[in-house]
Each structure stands twice: as C-alpha cells, then as structure tokens.
Design a protein around this ligand. Structure first.
Ligand code: ADP
Ligand code: MG
Length: 292
C-alpha cells in the first residue's frame, strides 16, 4: 500500500500537528485525520481567534503540502475565486496578429489557451499535481452565489472552462473551509463537508500553547494569565481575547519583566488583550480592578 498523503491515524495527526506548533485536542485530531483519509472537505466553525486558519496552515506545514488560500470577502466573484482571461494580453496578441493571413477562428483558438488564463486559488488548487491544502477562509463572508460555485468545485473537483473544456483534479487537495458563523451556510455545502466546531482550548491546552510559543515564560505566570483570559472571555465583551492575544500578553509580561499578574499588572497591560474602550471599562468593573 502506498504511504498515505495525509495522516496514518488520529494519533499521528495529533503528533505531527504538535510538531508543527499546533496543539490539537482529540476531536480536532480525529476530524483532521478523517478529512485526509475520506478526502472530504473540512468545515471549521467557531469564533474569531480559536485557531481555524492556523489549523489549515498547520496541516500544510506538517505534511509538507503547499497551502493555497482563497480569502473570502463580500463581493468575491468567480473571476477572483476560479479564473479569468487575461484580456490585456489577449488584446496585445490580437493587435500583433497579421489579420490578412490569419482567420479570426485561428486567432480565437490562439488566445483562449492556457497562456492567457489567469488561474485563481480554486483552479490553482485543482490543477496542482503535488499535495495541496486548499484553505477557503472565512466562507461566511461571501455571497450565496459563491457557495454555489464552491459546491460545484467541491463535489466533482473539476472545473469546466467553456473555451478549454473540463479540467479535472489530478490530485485532490485537502480542503479546509473556515467560518466565523456570521451567517448560516447552505445545507448543501454542509452536506459535502465534515464539520468541526472549534472553541477556545481548555486552560491546560491554552497554557501549553502559550508556553510553546513564548520561550522563557514561567509556568505559574502562564497559569495565571490563562486563568485571567478565561475570566475575560466569560464577560460579555465586544471582542473576546483570542489565543493570539494570550500569546501577545505573555510576550508583554516578559518584555516588562512582570513576574506576577496581579491586579495592578492586569490593569497596566489590559490594552494588549482588549481592543475596545467599552471592553476595558467592563473588565475593570467586573474584575474589580483599580483604575490605572
Ligand atoms: N491549537 C493551537 N495551537 C497553537 N496555536 C494556536 C492554536 N489555536 C490557535 N492558535 C494561535 O492562535 C492565533 C489565532 O488563530 P487563528 O487560526 O488565526 O484563528 P481563527 O482563524 O479561528 O480566527 C494564531 O496566532 C495561532 O497561532
Ligand atoms: Mg482565521
């Protein structure tokens, strides 16, 4: 049996992700393994900063696959997601063509070839013959029409270009879609995918993440920090601190040589974790911190 392109088991997925800096819990490791072995797109849903994008990157890093990323946004269209023709180059070619000797049909056949095709992430991922992780990031930001397009591509892994014919994947990419759940995705799209809801990690895992990313951090301080971040996340904030903010906070404490995260230290550095004045106000009030 040939060596699997992706992961041999959930345990191996977990190990390799850890090796590339991503600490996955068991459901994450199992689902990641399945996405590879079943060749099913993986839909990751969860709040901002829980590690959705990073998981896709870590899968690529840990398997040596190339990451192809389609960042979604409002107004994203087929020309940006799939392909478009390079009109400028086509025009130049037409201008440079001797129209006396060549028929329009010949010219037409000439300018609708690979040379004039601008490949966008979806087509790029499908056409690669090396292992590829296709990250379709923040899919909930696109319009519903783009979902239709994704459905087509993700069900057959092929793209039909009227002038060129059907281009089928030589090698299926491992597809990861992420969503912040700002809107419901279509049932049809969900049906194509494995689903994983990501939440903030538990305190122990978050401490491990912070410790692994911030060398020199004291274990007890990391514990304090993660506990405080946990309390902040329980408040009703405009923007809860993400794992990235925990890491930033740890770096801040080291830079300021703060060894104990007492109330004064929290107040002095709260701007690293909370990015809205109203959130800072609320935290000060709820955590009963003294104003700095
Ligand atoms: N399980 C994890 N292990 C290591 N780092 C993590 C983990 N989850 C999240 N992170 C870190 O948290 C930050 C935010 O993650 P990100 O993937 O950008 O969040 P999301 O895409 O869900 O908004 C990144 O800097 C990432 O390195
Ligand atoms: Mg993200």
């Amino acid at each position: 049996m040939p060596a699997p392109t992706w992961f041999a088991s959930p345990a191996e997925a977990s190990e390799r992700l850890t090796g590339s800096g991503y600490l996955a819990d068991t459901p994450t490791a199992v689902t990641t393994f399945l996405a590879g072995s079943l060749e099913k797109p993986l839909l990751l849903e969860g709040s901002a900063g829980v590690g959705k994008t990073e998981l896709a990157k870590a899968i690529a890093r840990s398997t040596g696959a190339e990451l192809v990323r389609l960042q979604c946004y409002e107004g994203l269209d087929e020309a940006r997601a799939l392909y478009e023709w390079n009109y400028k180059k086509q025009l130049l070619r037409i201008q440079a063509t001797d129209t006396d000797t060549r028929s329009w049909n010949e010219t037409h056949d000439d300018i609708f070839t690979d040379e004039f095709l601008l490949s966008r992430p979806l087509l790029t991922a499908i056409r690669r013959d090396e292992p590829t992780v296709l990250l379709i990031d923040e899919v909930d930001k696109t319009d519903v029409e783009v979902e239709g397009l994704l459905l087509e591509v993700l069900s057959d892994f092929q793209v039909t270009i009227p002038e060129l014919g059907t281009l089928a994947a030589v090698r299926r990419p491992l597809v990861v879609l992420t969503s912040n759940a700002t809107r419901e995705l279509s049932e049809a799209l969900k049906r194509r995918c494995l689903y994983l809801h990501l939440d903030y990690p538990d305190a122990e895992r978050e401490r491990d993440i912070v410790l692994s990313q911030v060398p020199g951090l004291d274990d007890a301080l990391a514990r304090q920090l993660v506990e405080t971040v946990g309390r902040l996340r329980e408040l009703e904030l405009k923007k809860s601190p993400s794992i990235a903010e925990s890491v930033d906070w740890a770096r801040t404490l080291i830079a300021l040589e703060i060894a104990d995260l007492d109330d004064a230290a929290v107040t002095a550095t709260l701007g690293v974790v909370l990015k809205h004045a109203t959130d800072v106000d609320r935290a000060v009030k709820e955590l009963r911190l003294a104003r700095s």
